[in-house]
Design a protein around this ligand. Sequence first.
Ligand SMILES: CC(=O)N[C@@H](CCCN)C(=O)O
Ligand SMILES: NC(=O)OP(=O)(O)O
Length: 347
Amino acid sequence: MKHLTHMEDLGVAGLQQVIRQALSWKQADPGKHLADALLGMLFFNPSLRTRASFEAVMARGGGSSLVLESGKGAWAMEHRDGIPMDGDRPEHVREAAPVLSRYVDLLAVRSFAALEDDAQDEADPMMRAFRAHATVPLISMESAREHLCQGLADVLTLAERFGGPDGDLKGQPVTLSWAPHRKPLPKAVPNSFLLSAAAAGCEVRLAHPPGFELPAAVMQQADDLAAQSGGSVYVSHDQSAAVAGSRAVYAKAWGPVLPCAGDAPAMMQAHPDWQVDSRLMAKAAGDACFMHCLPVRRDLEVAAELLDSPASAVVDQAENRFHVQRVLVDMALKSFKQTSNQSWSVA
Ligand SMILES: CC(=O)N[C@@H](CCCN)C(=O)O
Ligand SMILES: NC(=O)OP(=O)(O)O
């Protein structure tokens, strides 16, 4: 049984397999490849793209889906072990995960970072608890550490724009730039872009002001992936220098290193000149694209004129969520025989 929650579940070869299959299915639609499969989605946080694209994957593939929102209709959920449950969370993952597994063929969970301590978010306690206790394959719809589906959709977008045969991106310079915001945001999206672009062989340039470093374990993992794929990873505090000659500029707001002594919202607003705009894009390669995972705050993180310009790839990125996720769902289902899990058979 294959869980698909972190880049370590795919590695360099797995990422290549997903991108190739997604490119191929964009040319020749696989039809009803999900034959009656049922996906259960559990959200701890809001979503537009993730929920809509997974529902579309299941409906168009001939399967179906059900959606639960923890704390909003479904019970609030505890993941910690060894504590009396005397707080405001009546349900434990130790029961919820195996119970949901009896109803569906595949589970998907979204649980954002707590944003108190980077080490705790890096350990990804809620997603790890679901991995441990689900008895069907689990897909991450963004966790505290990573947003795997987003990173894969981003690489597919790069591959389509300037990849070689089979979407090869080896040596292509791409810049991931920190952007201002009104409050600290999770590091899952920048972590996953870094990891997936490194695994795809890109020359990844990470630019952020001092104090906004990504977790050391993620940086190390990106270096390891780059070493295997022929890519490379550079870090800079100079946004313009990092963008020079890049084929893609990816803007993302994320919070400071946590815990932090300072006023985190004030730190997010202390670098308004890091807003990504057309003046910055002019330093990139002539055909460079602009990227963002969405949702994006116009004229705060990114200049509206750039989002509205032909350079923007943000809607293509969102569409590509569908294309990579139908491959992930297919892979996860093929890794597992559903009837071995339930005491009754749906076949
Ligand atoms: C605004 C916000 O909370 N963004 C979230 C979700 C991004 C895509 N799912 C983040 O920055 O991680
Ligand atoms: N990019 C992304 O995951 O969007 P949603 O948060 O709307 O699902």
